[in-house]
Design a binder for this molecule. Structure first.
Ligand code: CP
Length: 315
């Protein structure tokens, strides 16, 4: 693995999941990262991604440097050939080249602005780091994807499934803010790589990008979608068609115990942070159905497996 920017960077998913589960079960520390440095750059806030990736790198023996670029760094220019007479003091060409001398792997979090679909889909920030850095790049959640989260989710499903081919439902839920489609995009892509029966349920205005959904069934009736489900993955996202918009806050899409009655005593997943009683009700989050804490725990092992693979393949 040379980079981990999208799920297409995984050459063998089964092996990578096995590696992560092995690292977890044996509490393995490998010193493959000794003398190497991970640089983590955040253009947006984080709790889990920041701390689990730092922990993963340290378990591999790496040094870690973290920078909140949005607050502490020079504002970066990503456009080519512009006269830099605005507030942007440094071009990505110099920034990425300089960082490549300090870091052996650069990890970047850069959310979409949700104003211009084409611009967000160009993944300008992540792809500019990939273009101008001379070291591997890891995606800590970009404009359109969150592949470390998706690998975590795959590990969690493999770990907790009670039948060979579980039914997994990705359910939209209400939110007051316009959120990216990154997590549901990567989860949808991941479920297409796994041996699961996968259904997406969302109000009609919220169908995800058809190029990512491909032929996955979208059921606009949440109750129908939940029938016999083994896993319910809850997440809000803003409209793709009316790009970045909240069409309406559909309160009746909140996931509560009443809705789980139709499932196969489903395990409820969410990437966190979650807004209680808006996205998922207390009676679910505080019940045995919720696996969100275990899921977040697996972030470390997903990151550890990815960083280890990159270090092995770029020795
Ligand atoms: N799920 C996730 O990426 O969490 P953070 O935004 O806290 O990193």
């Amino acid at each position: 693995m040379k980079n981990y920017c999208t799920l297409s960077d995984i050459d063998n998913l089964e092996t990578l999941i096995k590696e992560a589960r092995n690292l977890k079960s044996k509490n393995l520390e490998s010193k493959i990262g000794e003398g190497k440095t991970l640089g983590m750059l955040f253009f947006n806030p984080s709790l889990r991604t920041r701390l689990s990736t730092e922990k993963a790198a340290k378990l591999l023996g790496m040094e870690v440097m973290v920078m909140n670029v949005d607050k502490d760094g020079w504002a970066l220019e990503f456009e080519d050939g512009v006269v830099m007479n605005s507030d942007k003091a440094e071009h990505i060409k110099e920034a990425a080249a300089v960082l490549s001398q300090y870091c052996d792997i650069i990890a970047v979090r850069a959310f979409p602005r949700l104003k211009d679909k084409q611009k967000d889909e160009s993944e300008q920030v992540l792809n500019s780091f990939k273009k101008y850095a001379s070291v591997p790049i890891v995606n800590l959640e970009s404009a359109t994807g969150h592949p470390l989260q998706a690998l975590t989710d795959a590990i969690t499903i493999e770990e907790l499934k009670s039948r060979e081919k579980p039914k997994v439902v990705l359910s939209w839920a209400p939110h007051t803010k316009a959120l990216p489609q990154s997590v549901p995009n990567s989860f949808t892509e991941m479920m297409q790589l796994m041996d699961v029966e996968f259904v997406i349920t969302n109000p009609e205005a919220y169908d995800l990008n058809p190029e990512i959904r491909k032929d996955i069934k979208v059921e606009h009736d949440q109750e129908k979608a939940f029938q016999d489900a083994d896993f319910i993955y809850v997440k809000n996202w803003s409209s793709y068609e009316n790009y970045g918009q909240i069409i309406n806050v559909e309160k009746d899409w909140t996931v509560n115990q009443e809705k789980l009655k139709h499932t196969n005593n489903a395990k409820v997943m969410h990437c966190l942070p979650v807004r209680r009683n808006l996205v998922i009700a207390d009676d679910v989050l505080d019940s045995d159905n919720s696996v969100v804490i275990k899921q977040a725990g697996n972030r470390t092992f997903a990151a550890q497996a990815v960083l280890k693979r990159i270090l092995e393949d770029t020795k």
